[in-house]
Design a protein around this ligand. Structure first.
Ligand SMILES: Nc1nc2c(c(=O)[nH]1)N[C@H]1C(S)=C(S)[C@@H](COP(=O)(O)O)O[C@H]1N2
Ligand SMILES: [Mo]
Length: 317
């Protein structure tokens, strides 16, 4: 579903049922990434501004305004660099993101290590405009660049008994001051998880870029998850390890405060966080005095509802 709308239209005049996801394949064939990989001085095989260089305008027509890049890249959660919203943009530049290898193991037929550059050589990248809503009730609309999670997992041949996927972030205290800090409230390495069928849903992507460029470090370079129907903390950044498991993995936020952060963490206006309501959100850019908008079930991505049929989402929060 791809509807062209005038980006100048204020979001208030657009029906909420209009497009909330749009996709664009900006690289025609799988060979295109390999072609780009030849460009010298580029990040993991891709040049800076690679979308623009491919001749595509930034941003896709969408029923909601795209959050200005400076907000999406300066107001972040990335506890490895500190707990303040501006810590990641101030401190994450020291992170070395090249080379970057990924380890994939657990219940797969072909476990192994793969260089990110090699992953990108034969995968089609797409731009997807997704809302991301933080559990702290702010949200943003970002043009992500990436590819479906399923595309990577299938290469490693998941076994029949694999039910969950566990993702782990890089643990490198030398470059991550938040790990060294005594004030951190969570354990490292940061771990997240999805049920395998959630990970395989076409809306779940690995992202390597945003706003037409490779990901800034503060947004999870070089390689992060984006699961648009779940609270932001599920979208784990700077992933180095992926394991398929039979059992539900223990996750960072669930371990640190189990009754505040469940494993599922689906955006759900009907289930409050124990300390605040989840019925509304503030769209960046905004202030605490800014206008609130209604939060939608599954962040508006209704097509995932069938994944949870028959489940009590108040208990499985
Ligand atoms: N490794 C890691 N991933 C993380 C986090 C983190 O602290 N560490 N924070 C999460 C939270 S709470 C949110 S809301 C999103 C924020 O993504 P953004 O900074 O790109 O907006 O990243 C998620 N991924
Ligand atoms: Mo968050």
């Amino acid at each position: 579903m791809l509807i062209k709308t005038n980006r100048e239209i204020p979001s208030s005049e657009i029906t909420p049922e209009s497009v909330y996801v749009s996709r664009r394949k900006f690289m025609g064939q799988s060979a295109s990434a390999a072609v780009l990989a030849g460009i010298a001085g580029s990040a993991y095989g891709l040049p800076e501004n690679f979308v623009s260089e491919q001749g595509f305008a930034k941003g896709e027509p969408i029923g909601e305004k795209i959050t200005p890049e400076e907000y999406a890249t300066r107001y972040n959660n990335f506890y490895e660099f500190g707990t303040g919203k501006e810590d990641p943009s101030k401190k994450a530049h020291v992170l070395t993101t090249e080379p970057w290898s990924l380890e994939v193991g657990g219940r797969v037929g072909k476990p192994g290590k793969i260089e990110l550059e090699d992953v990108l050589k034969d995968i089609d990248l797409e731009e997807r405009i997704y809302r991301l809503r933080c559990v702290e009730a702010w949200s943003m609309v970002v043009p992500w660049i990436g590819f479906p999670v399923k595309k990577l997992l299938e290469r490693f041949e998941p076994l029949g008994d694999a039910k969950y996927v566990k993702f782990t972030t890089l643990y490198r205290p030398k470059e991550m001051p938040g790990i060294r800090s005594i004030f951190s409230s969570v354990d490292f390495p940061y771990v997240e998880g999805l049920r395998l069928d959630e990970a395989n849903h076409p809306l779940a992507i690995f992202s390597i870029g945003m706003y037409g460029k490779v990901l800034p470090n503060q947004n999870g370079a070089p390689f992060r998850l984006v699961v648009p129907w779940k609270y932001g903390f599920k979208s784990i950044k700077s992933i180095v390890k992926i394991e398929l498991t039979e059992r539900e993995p223990r996750t960072t936020w669930n371990k640190s405060a189990p009754h505040e952060y469940g494993f599922y963490a689906n955006v759900n206006p009907n289930v409050d966080h124990p300390r605040w309501s989840q019925a509304q959100e503030r769209r960046l850019p905004t202030t605490i005095f800014g206008r609130k908008i209604e939060t939608r079930m599954f962040n508006g991505y209704d097509e995932v509802a069938s994944l949870y049929e028959g489940m009590n989402l108040k208990r499985k929060y």
